[in-house]
Design a protein around this ligand. Structure first.
Ligand SMILES: [Ca+2]
Ligand SMILES: [Ca+2]
Length: 208
């Protein structure tokens, strides 16, 4: 028997799916997303949270190193996310941080009588020739020497030489090797203490 296609029975699935995500049946965690499936549903934690969808806790991206902060930034964990802020000396959005040129942007604290030099993450201040100090405080350095007279070559050399003299700079490369007030005025003690110490400067108080 030949059956006309128009007479074939048609079966339909009358059991329609219920979208539990739009009902109170779902028991996903409040920090989870509900996904409707045919005949059921699934839960998965929202981005920034970890768990099985029924229990979700904040993901500490800073602790488990899953953040994307710059290596020159500080990561701060917050609920559901994290913040990145560039370290002091760097500028950017926290994800990209580059060295701040404090000299160019005039955000340094060098003395007006110092030269500012930009460095990675910081800057350096050094007193200009003719001034002495730590770069943040530079005072005029005058020489009135009958030995040097007005020889500008030696005077400039001495300025550079004493640029980081003891007591004027925190990072001074100068060390006191001999002091008559504590060691006495003995040539042997002077030579024992100061010989072989590379460049030395003898400072004599005026009028002594
Ligand atoms: Ca977090
Ligand atoms: Ca810098």
């Amino acid at each position: 028997m030949q059956i006309s296609p128009s007479l074939l029975p048609i079966y339909c699935n009358f059991v329609s799916d219920i979208d539990e995500c739009n009902t109170d049946f779902k028991n996903c965690h409040q920090k989870a997303l509900c996904h409707n499936t045919q005949g059921s549903f699934t839960c998965s934690c929202k981005p920034g949270y970890e768990g099985d969808g029924y229990n979700c806790t904040d993901d500490d991206e800073c602790l488990n190193n899953s953040h994307n902060c710059s290596e020159k930034a500080t990561c701060t964990n917050i609920e559901g996310s994290f913040n990145c802020s560039c370290e002091p000396g760097y500028i950017g959005n926290g994800h990209n941080c580059s060295d701040a040129d404090e000299c160019l942007h005039n955000s340094h604290n060098c003395s007006e009588n110092a030269t500012c030099t930009n460095t990675e993450g910081f800057f350096n201040c050094s007193c200009r020739p003719g001034y002495i100090g730590n770069g943040h405080n530079c005072s005029e350095f005058s020489i009135n020497s009958t030995i040097l007279h007005g020889n500008q070559y030696y005077i400039r050399h001495l300025h550079r030489f004493l640029a980081s003299a003891p007591g004027v700079g925190e990072d001074s490369s100068w060390f006191l090797c001999y002091n008559t007030t504590s060691h006495g005025w003995k040539a042997k003690t002077f030579h024992d203490s100061c010989n072989g110490k590379r460049n030395t400067v003898t400072i004599i108080q005026e009028g002594q």
